[in-house]
Ligand binder design. Structure first.
Ligand code: GDP
Length: 179
């Protein structure tokens, strides 16, 4: 339902992806504009909120950052079941992390709300751009896969901040707030 005047539109958003791809770091960058090397892994799930302005609306993201460890997999449906948006993260320097991201996308298509807005995000772009680490996931291939699956697609660096706010603003633009 449309939010009353002055009230933010709420978006329940879940982050999914293999451990250590940078899910928590992306959230920390978006919410606090910070970055920490050697972040402690998330246990279970963490909850944060962040407001952003989109045209004439204020959108409040309610963000569930889930642990990537397989032993937490059975908990994931609790977080994505009522989500309006999902950010599925892989690491552009780790090919298996894209396979894991693809299996999350399949699971979301089977089990999540059919209107869910999904963004596929290749993180750690800085490693390829300025640290000489070889790219393991071809950008064009990931982009084409995302297009075929109806996903938004971005490459980001939580470390430099590149591309991070776009993920959230582009998601907000695709949420059907008037449903
Ligand atoms: P999560 O398990 O997916 O939540 O991953 P974390 O956010 O805990 O990040 C795992 C590790 O990767 C940490 O040491 C981070 O500092 C590092 N990391 C996260 N994002 C980036 C990034 O964009 N670039 C680089 N170079 N390292 C990153």
């Amino acid at each position: 339902a449309p939010a009353p005047p002055g009230k933010p539109f709420q978006v329940k958003l879940v982050l999914l992806g293999e451990a250590a791809v940078g899910k928590s770091s992306l959230v920390l960058r978006f919410v606090n504009n910070e970055y920490q090397d050697n972040k402690e892994p998330t246990i279970g799930a963490a909850f944060l909120t962040q407001k952003c302005r989109l045209d004439d609306k204020v959108v409040k993201f309610e963000i569930w950052d889930t642990a990537g460890q397989e032993r937490f997999h059975s908990l994931a449906p609790m977080y994505y079941r009522n989500a309006q948006a999902a950010v599925v993260v892989y690491d552009v320097t780790k090919a298996p992390s894209l396979d894991r991201a693809k299996s999350w996308v399949k699971e979301l298509h089977r089990q999540a709300n059919p209107n869910i807005v999904i963004a596929l995000v290749g993180n750690k772009l800085d490693l390829v751009v300025s640290s000489g680490v070889p790219r393991a996931v071809d950008a064009e291939e990931a982009r084409v896969y995302a297009e075929e699956m109806g996903l938004l697609w971005f490459e980001t660096s939580a470390k430099t901040g590149e591309g991070v706010s776009e993920v959230f603003t582009e998601i907000a633009k695709k949420i059907p707030f008037d449903l």
